[in-house]
Design a protein around this ligand. Structure first.
Ligand code: ZN
Length: 366
């Protein structure tokens, strides 16, 4: 990214910068992975962050007298929160600390602004640079922001690919399409099946159950958190966690419900077997939870057979004390299911479906 002035001139200007402003900015960002942001004149949000940071972006449609909002969550809380007035279609930008461990940058548009969430994307332009375009809606804004975006960037994606699950280009989650529940009231445990040395089922093209379920589970957790639900994950990376500790975590947490997320498998010689099934153990509440999750997964899996919400004796649902279910999202060995489970876009839809099922259950539970 180039500065607005040739380097010789920038150097001349530097002594003129008010020292007090520089000092005020440093503590504001301390502890946060965000170090600068700007709304640029071409209507994009530009971010500078710590390298290889895990960043999550969300979208919420406007309602009432409030315009649509796009927000980005980054690790680490800023020292202080603040609100910066915008111009044009941007009403304001807020920097907040929703939970003491997160920086949340919210771009709020003027009421009535139309944004098409399907076109919103966060694009990584370097390991420490991000660009979020609003499909032209914010073009013509007078640039404003905080922090230094012109500092040298760390190498680009190609030179230094990101580790982990962060994609250079990630579609935004439209949280407003999810059911509402009272914020701060519920706690949910999400259990991504298998992990580490135990890959779970391995299907067509080497598709591994553990990879599918971890990706979907992390996204379910993000979506629930965005709706004000506290989420505990039994694992957040490729590690092996035995079944009893998963159950102990859930039972000690006082959670309202527990969902274990899996993908099914038969044999590689049976690609004709596909389908979705969700297991529960005994209780009527668990049955209803299983039905609600099953229904939502089926709704986005056309052609994949409905194998039902059915009783099962899996350890994690038998031993957990709260309503619990175990979802099998499809067969990694199925010719219909496997390519879907391998597709990041479909996994995103799965996460939405599962989050919807869980929120529906919570909303219907007094
Ligand atoms: Zn499994």
């Amino acid at each position: 990214m180039k500065g607005p002035l040739p380097r010789c001139c920038t150097r001349l200007l530097l002594p003129l910068l008010p020292l007090v402003a520089v000092l005020a900015q440093l503590p504001a960002w301390a502890g946060s992975a965000l170090s600068a942001w700007r709304l640029s004149s071409d209507g994009a949000l530009e971010l500078r962050t710590a390298p290889d940071v895990k960043l999550q972006a969300f979208f919420e449609e406007g309602r009432g007298g409030v315009g649509p909002r796009v927000w980005v969550d980054l690790p680490g809380a800023p020292q202080r929160t603040r609100t910066v007035s915008g111009n044009g279609v941007i009403r304001q930008v807020r920097v907040g600390r929703p939970d003491g461990a997160t920086t949340r940058l919210v771009v709020e548009f003027q009421p009535g602004t139309r944004l098409d969430p399907s076109t919103l994307k966060v694009i990584g332009t370097a390991a420490d640079r991000w660009r979020l375009e609003f499909s032209g809606a914010a073009a013509g804004v007078t640039p404003f922001g905080e922090g230094e975006l012109e500092a040298p960037s760390t190498p680009t994606w190609r030179a230094q690919p990101l580790a982990g699950s962060v994609l250079p280009s990630a579609p935004l989650a439209s949280v407003s399409s999810l059911p509402d529940v009272p914020r701060g009231r519920y706690k949910v445990v999400i259990d991504p099946g298998h992990g580490g040395p135990d890959p779970g089922a391995v299907g067509i093209g080497g598709l591994r159950e553990t990879d599918v379920v971890l990706d979907v589970s992390l996204q379910v957790a993000q979506l629930l958190q965005a709706k004000g639900v506290q989420v505990l994950l039994t694992r957040t990376s490729e590690v092996d966690v035995d079944l009893p500790p998963r159950v102990a975590l859930a039972n000690n947490s006082g959670a309202d419900l527990f969902l274990s997320i899996h993908a099914n498998a038969l044999s590689l010689s049976r690609p004709d077997v596909n389908g979705v099934e969700t297991f529960y153990f005994q209780s009527a509440k668990s049955l209803r939870l299983a039905q609600m999750v099953q229904q939502q997964i089926l709704a986005i899996s056309p052609g994949s057979p409905d194998r039902g919400a059915r009783p099962g004796r899996f350890f994690v649902i038998r031993r957990t004390v709260m309503p619990s279910a175990l979802a099998e999202m499809g067969f990694v060995t199925g010719q219909l299911d496997a390519p879907r489970l391998a597709d990041p876009g479909f996994r995103r839809r799965l996460a939405f479906a599962i989050a919807t099922g869980l929120l529906n259950y919570l909303a219907a539970t007094p």
